[in-house]
Ligand binder design. Structure first.
Ligand SMILES: Nc1ncnc2c1ncn2[C@@H]1O[C@H](COP(=O)(O)OP(=O)(O)OP(=O)(O)O)[C@@H](O)[C@H]1O
Length: 277
């Protein structure tokens, strides 16, 4: 039984995120429509697809930053957000612990009731320890490596103990080992605390062993289901409207032909797909 099934049975829980008849587009261009999706407490959902298919826009809709063009989005849990990575400048005089404290306390950090400081510090230390970042807590974030910065970002998102964690390409620019570490960290959190996870990624292989379902967006269409059902040649060929070959080798999924199919899409000639690595 997966963590998601366990969590759902325990609580009979309402989904952390629910979309009904959801559509999103800009101007006269529709990215996707007719999306019905429940992300349950403890579930790990990976969102896949070529550039420009509306993965970030989906997270922004859940955050209330982008309006759906049709349908509804319902968020039933406090949200943690790991935005797409931007490298922090070496000169930024903010320590890892300051960033994480901002995640706990938002704009109020630095001021507050007497005694609050100690509780804040405890929560910040716990969040840093959970991602293995305690040892560089007091180093300016701009001096940390990309992988270390990414851990701090995840600690920041987890510090407020969200019931729904939205991650936008958290594996970007990390080496294989760091990708596995970040994945394991998020997986551990959702298993321990029942956090629902929506994880946008171009790289399915690092998360293949932990995802419950994938939402694959391509060619203005989508498919939701367990990886074995969605990552198949017929399903992806239908989504892309072109011949796609899905090969499984050594526990990895290789999607062949998707790059060319995405590039042929009239709307985005520059698209690439990096599902296979
Ligand atoms: N505010 C906006 N106004 C108009 N078009 C937008 C806006 N935001 C995004 N878009 C367009 O919508 C499309 C989807 O963008 P989005 O960032 O959601 O895609 P994505 O799947 O996350 O892409 P990537 O994999 O490159 O991050 C893109 O073509 C983008 O240029």
């Amino acid at each position: 039984m997966s963590a998601a099934e366990g969590a759902t049975e325990e609580a009979g829980a309402e989904p952390a995120l629910r979309l009904r008849g959801a559509a999103l587009g800009y101007g006269d261009r529709t990215l996707w429509n007719g999306l019905d999706l429940d992300v349950r407490p403890g579930e790990f959902l990976a969102v896949l697809g070529p550039n420009g298919t509306g993965k970030t826009s989906l997270l922004r809709a859940a955050l209330g930053l982008t309006r759906l063009s049709a349908g509804t989005v319902e968020v039933n849990a406090p949200v943690g957000y790991v935005p797409q990575q931007k490298t922090l400048q070496a000169g930024v005089p903010v320590r890892a612990r300051d960033l994480v404290r901002f995640g706990v306390d938002g704009h109020r950090w630095g001021i507050g009731r007497p005694g609050r400081g100690r509780e804040l510090r405890r929560r910040v230390d716990a969040a840093l320890a959970e991602v293995g970042a305690a040892e560089y807590a007091d180093i300016p974030v701009g001096m940390l490596s990309g992988g270390e910065q990414q851990r701090v970002r995840i600690a920041q998102a987890l510090a407020s103990d969200p019931g729904l964690l939205l991650c936008d390409e958290p594996l970007l620019s990390l080496d294989l080992r760091r990708q596995q570490e970040v994945t394991a960290l998020v997986d551990a959190r959702r298993r321990r605390r029942g956090t629902a996870v929506v994880f946008v990624t171009h790289e399915i292989n690092p998360v293949l062993g932990v995802v419950d379902r994938v939402l694959y967006l391509a060619g203005g269409r989508f498919r939701v289901g367990p990886p074995d059902e969605v990552l198949t040649s017929p399903v992806l060929s239908e989504l892309y409207g072109a011949r796609i070959e899905v090969v499984r080798a050594g526990g990895r999924v290789i999607v062949a032909g998707a790059e060319a199919a995405a590039a042929e899409d009239a709307h985005h000639l520059d698209d690439t797909v990096e599902v296979a690595h």
